[in-house]
Design a binder for this molecule. Structure first.
Ligand SMILES: Nc1ncnc2c1ncn2[C@@H]1O[C@H](COP(=O)(O)OP(=O)(O)OP(=O)(O)O)[C@@H](O)[C@H]1O
Length: 258
């Protein structure tokens, strides 16, 4: 088994009188695709928000890549190598697919303000590099033929893939995907599965929240199940998806179509 990249111990988040996430322990190894599932309101998004740095935990610890990063804000988590997508699409609708990816990739470049104003050789090299990397990221997400199309004019499935491309442009080591298959038809779901496999093969660890069990079963190495903020099961999909307690609290109510 690969080294641990993410570990969460005793993670808890309280909103007023409601404990949305309660004392969760979780370990993710480098190179895994791990699914986080559970019924609506189970605490999946709250847990994701804490991992991505947009919500501080009430208690507990988060370790990423050997460092304690509990409560660090999202831009610091981003610098550490954690990147995420959102349930609601976060693309800029009036920018082309390429410019959406390029603006995310830009944050990884080194040439400063002065270099861009004076268009130094270093700046021009970096611009060319940025363009090349952005096109590679689009190609990786099957969108290079749509590079110049405004994000708004892309199909729904393409917009969801663009969102992943934007997150990948930050060159993360851990990618958090929040319901990437939501609203997708079966063909788009299958494309997504293939894309997540490519992401894993490229060396990026993936943690995803997802309700489409066909996608989850096809792509995840392991699953964690939350119910009312508590982890109730973990293990390989074949084991977890046949767990009577998981079926009782969750799968009994879900559609399995992707
Ligand atoms: N900012 C907040 N303030 C108060 N309560 C919140 C807040 N965010 C989430 N909650 C509550 O915490 C609980 C967990 O919500 P969360 O969105 O994390 O669940 P979820 O598993 O992601 O659900 P879904 O599958 O519907 O997205 C819910 O009862 C929700 O109403």
């Amino acid at each position: 088994m690969n080294a641990e990249i993410l570990s969460v111990t005793g993670l808890t988040r309280i909103f007023g009188g409601l404990t949305a996430v309660r004392d969760v322990n979780m370990t993710v190894h480098a190179g895994e695709v791990v699914g986080l599932i559970g019924p609506n309101g189970a605490g999946k998004t709250t847990l994701f928000n804490m991992l991505g740095g947009s919500l501080p935990p009430s208690s507990g610890r988060i370790r990423f890549d050997g460092a304690d990063c509990t409560g660090e804000p999202s831009h610091v988590m981003g610098q550490r190598g954690v990147s995420r997508t959102f349930q609601i699409t976060s693309v800029f609708p009036s920018l082309s697919a390429l410019d959406n990816v390029r603006s995310a990739a830009y944050r990884t470049t080194k040439a400063g303000w002065g270099a861009s104003v004076f268009r130094t050789a270093a700046y021009r090299r970096e611009e060319a590099d940025l363009h090349r990397r952005s096109m590679e990221t689009l190609a990786f997400c099957d969108l290079d033929h749509r590079a110049d199309i405004l994000a708004d004019a892309l199909s729904y499935g393409e917009q969801r893939r663009l969102e992943i491309a934007i997150a990948l442009a930050a060159q993360p080591r851990l990618l958090l995907l929040d319901e990437p298959a939501a609203g997708m038809n079966p063909e788009e779901g299958q494309r997504l599965v293939e894309m997540i496999r490519r992401i894993r093969a490229s060396g990026v660890t993936v943690l995803l929240v997802e309700h489409h069990m066909r996608v989850v079963a096809a792509v995840c190495d392991r699953l964690f199940v939350l119910d009312h903020g508590v982890k109730i099961a973990e293990g390989p999909p074949a084991q977890v998806l046949n767990d009577p307690e998981v079926i009782r609290v969750y799968l009994g109510r879900e559609t399995v179509d992707a």
